[in-house]
Structures are given as C-alpha cells and as structure tokens.
Design a binder for this molecule. Structure first.
Ligand code: NDP
Length: 295
C-alpha cells in the first residue's frame, strides 16, 4: 500500500514512524528540514508539496494543529486535494473541529475521496509505542477501510459516529483533562501551603476517589520531579477546550465549569506563550500561590 503523512510535529512524527514500517510512505512537512531528518532515520521519501505526497497513494494521514490548517492544505495547484485520486482515503488525526471536518468531507465526497476524523489520545509516548486511543468519525464503510491503517499507531480504535463525532469526543476528553489539571494544581497548592508533603498526598489521592490521569501519570512524572518536558503544547489544549465549548453551546448544555476552565486556559496561554507545555498550567498556579508541589 502507498501512503502519505503530512505534519511531522510532536505527535505526528512518531505516528508517521510507525506507519512507515507498514506502508510505502511519502512525508511532507511545512518546515522541510523536519521531513528530511525523518527520512534519514525512517523508511520514507520526502515530497516537495502536499500534492506530490498524495499523488498515487491509497491513504493520506494529516496531523496539524487545527482543522483550519487542514482545510487550507487542500487548496491550490500544489495543495493536497489536487493529489488525491478517486477511491483514496484522507484520515485526519488532528484534534480538530466537527464543522470544518464536515465541510472537508463534503468537498472531497465529490471526488470520491473518503474522509475520517481520527483524533488520537495517549500522548507522544503512546504514539511511539503504537498504543494510542483513536476516536473516529466517519461513514461505516470509510471506518472499515481506515481501521487497518490506524492500527499502525493505535490500540483502541473506536467508531464514534459520522464525520465530526471523533473530534467532538476528543474535545470533551481534553476539556476534562484541562479541568483535572487546573483542579489538581489548586488543590495541591493548598495542601503544600498547609504543610502536607506532596508525595504522600499524591499516594493517598491515587488510592482514593479524586484520582485521575493527571494525578496518576502526569504529576508524578513531571510536577513532583520539576521536569516539565515539552510534549503537548498548552496552546493546543486551549484550542481543544474551545472546541468543546462550541459543542456545549451548540447543544444548549451551557456548561459553566468548562467555560471557566476555558477562560483560565486562555489566560494561561497569553501568559506562558505558544511553546509552553500543557502541564505548565500547574507551574502557573504554583507561582500565583507562592508554593511548589515537589516530591
Ligand atoms: P506541533 O505543534 O508539535 O506540530 C504541528 C505540526 O503542524 C508541525 O508539523 C507543523 O509544521 C505543522 N503545521 C503548523 N501550521 C501549519 C500550517 N499552517 N500548514 C502546514 N503545516 C502546519 O503539534 P502536535 O504534533 O503536538 O499536535 C498535532 C495535533 O495532534 C494537534 O491537533 C494536537 O492537538 C493533537 N494532539 C497532540 C498530542 C501531543 O501529545 N502532542 C496528543 C494528542 C493530540 P512545522 O514543522 O513547519 O512547524
């Protein structure tokens, strides 16, 4: 099978690396140097344009910051759409927004190109080990064709509904992640100020009902150690919360708590900048409280 992967960012790169061992892969990245580096260490050739990457393939995978970039990538004589032939599949692993994906799917349907939104969860480590959870929005026939391709980097691959359903699921998941990060930071800053040792407090929390992925995985690895690795930009998480808020508003649910989380992440993005990692929201809470949560 011939395929292409576009967008070799923090998570796209390890996903593409796994795909390159299963399909004859072309890669394209906006900053070409990243694609050149990738092709030196993986079985893949570098395409000069999105069109060239897609030409002659059966499947194309994209992983860009937002759906807006994916939609723009389709345009123009060297754009992705110009290279997609009838019968091919476009699998968009961006954590994007449902409305843009429905528009893209409609646009490509006229060319007999199948589209699925396939956002992933599990972080860069999950991408490296091929254990991502993948939430797919697609017509059933497209899902059936996408599944064996997604197995290159995913372990749990679920069909959530029509195009857009994968993005909706992912946005809600990440809004909950953001809420857990904020809530953990607030609670543990207070415990630290009250003189409760952070490591002991974390052990007790993780044996109790308030635990979460944040407390079980992110905090021991990054906060207690003060390591703060850069794996998933806070700016991208803020974007995900915004997508979830759109869904809450559209469905009339409202959602005062998640709206507040959205506001806090917007502020954090403005203060910490575009490169900061998502867990650094806890560092910001620490600074505001004048305390550190360390093991
Ligand atoms: P990065 O910021 O690390 O990488 C973004 C990628 O998109 C780069 O390849 C970048 O190219 C490319 N890009 C940016 N703007 C454009 C543009 N206008 N046109 C073409 N290409 C562009 O992001 P991640 O890899 O972390 O995230 C990608 C997606 O995956 C996001 O939607 C994110 O929310 C999601 N995600 C990320 C996770 C993570 O742990 N990192 C976990 C789960 C989902 P260039 O090299 O030129 O900058």
């Amino acid at each position: 099978m011939k395929g292409a992967f576009l967008g070799l960012g923090a998570i796209g790169e390890p996903m593409a690396a796994r795909l390159s061992s299963r399909v004859d892969l072309a890669v394209w990245n906006r900053t070409r140097m990243r694609a050149d580096t990738f092709a030196r260490t993986n079985k893949a050739r570098v395409a000069a344009t999105p069109r060239e990457a897609a030409t002659g393939t059966q499947v194309v995978v994209t992983c860009l910051p937002t759906s807006a970039e994916v939609e723009r990538l389709l345009d123009g004589p060297d754009g992705l759409e110009a290279g997609l032939g009838p019968g091919t599949l476009l699998l968009d692993c961006t954590s994007g927004d449902p409305a843009t994906s429905r528009r893209i799917a409609g646009r490509l349907a006229g060319k007999q190109v199948g589209f699925a939104d396939c956002p992933v969860s599990g972080g860069t480590a999950g991408a490296q080990s091929g254990t991502l959870t993948i939430m797919v929005g697609a017509e059933p026939a497209v899902f059936a064709r996408a599944q064996p391709v997604l197995e290159a980097f995913g372990r749990r691959i679920e069909h959530m509904g029509p195009v857009g359903a994968g993005h909706a699921m992912k946005a809600v998941n990440n809004a909950l992640l953001a809420a857990h990060l904020q809530a953990f930071g607030e609670g543990f800053a207070a415990l630290a100020k009250a003189g409760v040792p952070a490591r002991k407090a974390l052990e007790v929390l993780n044996a109790s009902s308030g635990r979460s992925f944040v407390s079980e995985s992110l905090v021991p690895d990054r906060v207690l150690t003060g390591r703060w690795p850069q794996t998933f930009r806070l700016a991208l998480l803020e974007k995900d919360v915004r997508i979830a808020l759109g869904l809450l508003d559209e469905t009339g649910v409202g959602g005062p708590l998640l709206h507040l989380v959205g506001q806090l992440f917007r502020q954090a993005r403005a203060i910490l900048g575009e490169a900061a990692d998502h867990v650094e929201i806890i560092r910001l809470i620490e600074q505001e409280a004048g305390v550190e949560i360390r093991g």
